[in-house]
Design a protein around this ligand. Sequence first.
Ligand code: NAP
Length: 484
Amino acid sequence: MVSRVIPVDAFDLVIFGGTGDLARRKIFPGLYRRYLAGQMTAESRIIGAARAELTDIAFREMIAAAIDEFVPKERIDAATVAGFLERISYVPIDAKGDSGWAPLRAKMRPSIVRAFYFSVAPSLFGDLAERLHAHDIADKSSRIVVEKPFGRDLASAKALNSTLADHFREDQIYRIDHYLGKETVQNLMAVRFANILFEPLWKSEYIDHVQITVSETVDVEGRGAYYDKSGAMRDMVQNHMMQLLCLIAMEPPYHFDPNAVRDEKLKVIRALETVPSENIVRGQYLAGGGDGSYLEHSENPASKTESYIALKVNIANWRWKGTPFYLRTGKKLRARASEIAITFKAPPHSIFDDVQGARENVLVIRLQPNEGMNLIVMIKEPGPGGMRLMQVPLDMAFADALGEHSEDIPDAYERLIMDVIRGNQTLFMRGDEVEAAWAWADPVISGWEARGDKPQGYDPGSSGPEDALMLMHRDGRRWREIKG
Ligand code: NAP
């Protein structure tokens, strides 16, 4: 039913930061799975690069261990792993130095797709871009992949864009937002634009409100000092949640073409209203259950950085005037779950006298866990006793719908890397999109900084600060209960 795997062209892919956490947890295991699936062909080569002085053999051992740790056992096949490792080599390179570049250049083959994954701190992006050019390694068709965070405000994002633009054209730059690589997120576009069912209703006339939730159970996981400079708004809302909002709110592009899709997303971001302080709730998790508080983890007892944020966002255009988008995300919450819920308005007139409780349709798109979609519809409650109505979900878990093939669904990183090789930028953020998102986020952040607002404490394992409930209640709405 699924997965017609179409092999991509042979490539030379250099992973800068090849020994790092992201490379070991996501990039190499993902590439292995694409090799196993037959999408990465035997002619392709992957070159790891970092400062550590490693031999090819030592690096391959590191990657073998990463596959062992991060790929499910049933997907590990010894002969395939050996074949995959043969395609991997390593070059010691310091992004800020000039040694190592000549050996890297010697590894590049002519007439083969060249891609360079910058899986290093953003402060090194400029050095890498510059040296790839200075040493004549990148050519006109080479692609670079850059990781988040892409700036921490508009000024730094602009500076980063301009540094990369000194050496690469926009159509060579792939800014990763791994949320866009998720199966369900892309399905959002299929649901909207490949069915006649929803689009006629997709406007404020029929949609009451939209909720976007990214709820985590983890704390700042030993990254407290780093996270403290960011916070939930920069780490989640400005990028991932903004992308989800765009896919729900955008107009139909004229074609499923990278620039057509991104043009429409950009229009949404530009139409976002500035968020007034009464539509923002920020929180910090307290100590509990034997675990430390945010302030302990951040090592900054005076920190005002938020580990939780809820926002009511309005889009100033014809389609969405009057339909708020409520966004919430946080750490140390009750459940690990990400979902988008589109709540339709109740029918304008009910012919049924005795309707108890909610009577609206809700389309729920689950990003994790258990990716799938759920359309909540009203039916008659079974049994005798008259016409009583109840809400039931029409549930489509992808794992059930796709059966044994569901394991073949590539994870976000796999899909996005294959898109880089194919030269398809649809699921990557364009420079102007990132800048527009910061232009919206900056005044929101500087507003609470100028007011000196302190985040509200919330209990670990809860659903967030009390005031976040009020954000909904005062509009006569409520958050959906999040189940992991
Ligand atoms: P990490 O574990 O700290 O790894 C950093 C990598 O960069 C290492 O391989 C390191 O190896 C290399 N490196 C450091 N300085 C270098 C230099 N001067 N020249 C060449 N290589 C250098 O970081 P990470 O977690 O993998 O993150 C990498 C990037 O992905 C960051 O931009 C991060 O924000 C982003 N990201 C990470 C995750 C994640 O889950 N980890 C998620 C989203 C985004 P040497 O020290 O040997 O040089």
